[in-house]
Design a protein. Structure first.
Length: 302
C-alpha cells in the first residue's frame, strides 16, 4: 500500500487543502481542523497505531488542564532529558520515607607514595549509596502503634532457667522375691549413709535463647541505670537497651543479567529469633543499599 501524507486518498478525490487560518471548511468528512489533524496523525504517520491508541490520544487532549499553549517549545528530546534527570520524591527510595543518597570516598594506596594519614591518600569515590538515618528508623519501628509486634517485644533483660524433672524411681513389682539361703543379718546403715542414698533435687539450668537473656544485655542495662537520668524525664520513665543486629547479602535485581545490590538489613534483638526467622513477619528493616563497584583496576566488590 502506498504511503500518503493525508487521508485524502479515502475518497479518491483531489488532495485536501487545509487553511492555516481555520476559515475554510474543506476538511472532507471532518467538521474542523482539529479533528482532521488528529485523524491525519492516526493514519498518515504510522501503520502501527490502533483505534484504542487513537481513543487514548483523544482522552489526553480532552482531559482537564490540557492546554496547547503549554507545549510551546516542548519537544520529544526535551521530554526524554527531563525524565533522565528527574528525581522521584515519592518512589521506592523517596525522601518522604527517610531515604538519602550519598557518596563515600575509599582511601587507596599509591605506588611509591607515602602519606601521613588516610585523609591525605587519594580516594575512590563511590556514588549512589542509598541509606536511611538510624535514629528515625528506630523511632519509626518501636513507636508504631499499628505494629502487630508491639506486644511481643522483650524490653527488659532477664535470666531464664529450666528445671529438670526429678528422677523417676523404679516402680515396685508385685512378683514375689526369690528365696535365698538364710544369711547373717547385715549391720544397720548409719544415718550418714542413709542420707546420702537419697538423691538431691536437680538444680535449675540457665538457658540462653536470645539477646534479652544474655549477660551482655543485663550488664548494659545495669550500666544505663547507673548513669544520670535525662533532665525532664519522669521518675517512672524506663531506660532500656535495644540490641541491633546488622546483616547484608547480595541481591539480584533482575532475572537476567548481573545487576546486583548489597542491601544492609537491621534486626532488633528484643524480638525472639523465632519471629525474626519467619519471612512472612517482615522483621528486616532496610537500612542501606550499596552499589557494586567496578573499574579498570578494581574488581567487582561491594
Amino acid at each position: 500500500m502506498p504511503k500518503y501524507t493525508s487521508i485524502a486518498w479515502v475518497n479518491r478525490g483531489p488532495p485536501v487543502t487545509v487553511d492555516s487560518t481555520g476559515t475554510s471548511s474543506d476538511y472532507g468528512p471532518f467538521a474542523n481542523a482539529t479533528q482532521f489533524r488528529l485523524v491525519d496523525h492516526m493514519y498518515g504517520r504510522s501503520d502501527s497505531k490502533s483505534l484504542d491508541a487513537f481513543d487514548d490520544l483523544l482522552s489526553v487532549v480532552r482531559s482537564p488542564g490540557f492546554s496547547p499553549a503549554d507545549l510551546a517549545g516542548f519537544t520529544a528530546r526535551k521530554a526524554e532529558h527531563a525524565l533522565d534527570v528527574w528525581t522521584n520524591t515519592s518512589g521506592l527510595f523517596s525522601s518522604e520515607d527517610g531515604w538519602h543518597e550519598s557518596s563515600v570516598g575509599i582511601p587507596l594506596p599509591r605506588t611509591r607514595a607515602k602519606y601521613k594519614s588516610e585523609d591525605d591518600a587519594p580516594k575512590f569515590i563511590v556514588p549512589g549509596i542509598v541509606h536511611r538515618r538510624l535514629l528515625p528508623l528506630v523511632k519509626l519501628a518501636v513507636q508504631d502503634p499499628e505494629s502487630h509486634l508491639r506486644h511481643v517485644y522483650h524490653w527488659m533483660a532477664h535470666k531464664r532457667y529450666w528445671t529438670p524433672p526429678p528422677p523417676k524411681h523404679a516402680p515396685s513389682s508385685s512378683q514375689p522375691l526369690p528365696v535365698f539361703p538364710q544369711a547373717a543379718p547385715a549391720p544397720a546403715p548409719s544415718s550418714r549413709s542413709s542420707s546420702t542414698s537419697q538423691q538431691d533435687p536437680p538444680s535449675p539450668v540457665r538457658v540462653y535463647t536470645d539477646c534479652y537473656n544474655a549477660d551482655a544485655m543485663l550488664e548494659a542495662e545495669e550500666e544505663i541505670r547507673r548513669k544520670p537520668r535525662v533532665p525532664g524525664d519522669t521518675p517512672d520513665m524506663e531506660y532500656i537497651v535495644l540490641p541491633m543486629l546488622l546483616w547484608s547479602d547480595a541481591t539480584q535485581l533482575s532475572s537476567f543479567g548481573s545487576a546486583a545490590l548489597w542491601p544492609i538489613y537491621l534486626y532488633f534483638g528484643n524480638l525472639s529469633k523465632y519471629f525474626r526467622g519467619r519471612p512472612t513477619e517482615f522483621m528486616a528493616h532496610h537500612l542501606a543499599y550499596i552499589p557494586t563497584v567496578s573499574g579498570p583496576h578494581v574488581g567487582d566488590v561491594a
